[in-house]
Design a protein around this ligand. Structure first.
Ligand SMILES: Nc1ncnc2c1ncn2[C@@H]1O[C@H](COP(=O)(O)OP(=O)(O)OP(=O)(O)O)[C@@H](O)[C@H]1O
Ligand SMILES: [Mg+2]
Length: 249
């Protein structure tokens, strides 16, 4: 499974990233069920490590972009926070190679909680911890496991941050992603399509935060002035899911 895949950095700037996402949805023939051999290949521990490695690369490359998004409606630190957290994850990856996927994800969670301050550290930390708990002992993830993982992560974020959809947070990217993943699973579209649809739904959800009024987190202090800006946390959530689709789909 390692063959033909790359750890080379990918650029995911604003528009470039959006067009890449659209392109891949188109070229994969959205809507037509695919039942090739590749479609039933699970996500392995190696895939999980590759995903996390690439998330660190992508968040590092988008450090300025995420920080800029956090500038008008926050304290201009989201890119710095996410980059710090995932560079620490990158350092930890060699120590978790060979472990089951649940243990790998739990290590990501504890690393994020201990290295990222602010709101996003505990929120993403909880998400990865919960994702790890539902995948405890697993070395391969199939469609239902991915749905369970997304659901657990989202429930963890909601439990910790008390946000519901429409409050201009990462929940606005992750909720539609979970819904899309559930629909893809019900339609037996295969893992690749499931991941791509979840990523595309997260992107749409991220864009939907622009006109929203923030009622949670630092952005809520701005009231009406939070309207018209894309939420940084919804953007990092999309980047994480897009990287999952790109590396494991
Ligand atoms: N209660 C919440 N529930 C879900 N997501 C939240 C919540 N509060 C903030 N967020 C998300 O966190 C993102 C901001 O993350 P960031 O890393 O910038 O932390 P922060 O808000 O600056 O933390 P602090 O204010 O402590 O410095 C927001 O864009 C939003 O998506
Ligand atoms: Mg901030």
């Amino acid at each position: 499974m390692l063959d033909g895949r790359t750890l080379a950095p990918i650029r995911l700037g604003n528009d470039a990233a959006a067009s890449t996402a659209t392109q891949s949805a188109e070229t994969q023939g959205e809507g037509s069920p695919l039942h090739t051999a590749e479609e039933i290949m699970p996500i392995t521990t190696e895939d999980t490590l590759r995903w996390l490695h690439q998330v660190a690369v992508v968040l590092h490359e988008n450090r300025e972009f995420l920080t800029q998004l956090d500038s008008p409606i926050g304290d201009a630190d989201h890119g710095i926070n996410m980059d710090r957290g995932f560079q620490a994850v990158l350092d930890k990856l060699p120590t978790v190679a060979g472990m089951d996927i649940g243990s790998i994800l739990k290590t990501v969670g504890t690393t994020l909680v201990s290295t990222v301050g602010g709101a996003s550290g505990p929120l993403y930390g909880t998400a990865f911890l919960r994702a790890g708990m539902v995948n405890a002992g697993k070395h391969e993830l199939y469609e239902a496991d991915v749905v369970d993982m997304l659901e657990a992560a989202l429930e963890g974020i909601k439990a910790r941050g008390k946000a519901v959809p429409g409050e201009k947070t990462m929940v606005d990217a992750l909720s539609p992603a979970l819904l899309a993943a559930k629909e893809a699973e019900a339609q037996h579209l295969g893992l690749s399509q499931l991941l791509r649809r979840a990523s595309d739904a997260a992107e749409k959800g991220m864009k939907s935060t622009i006109p929203l009024l923030a009622t949670k987190g630092r952005a809520s202090y701005l009231g009406e002035r939070s309207i018209g800006h894309q939420d940084p946390g919804a953007t990092s959530s999309w980047l994480i899911l897009k990287t999952l689709a790109d590396t494991c789909g």
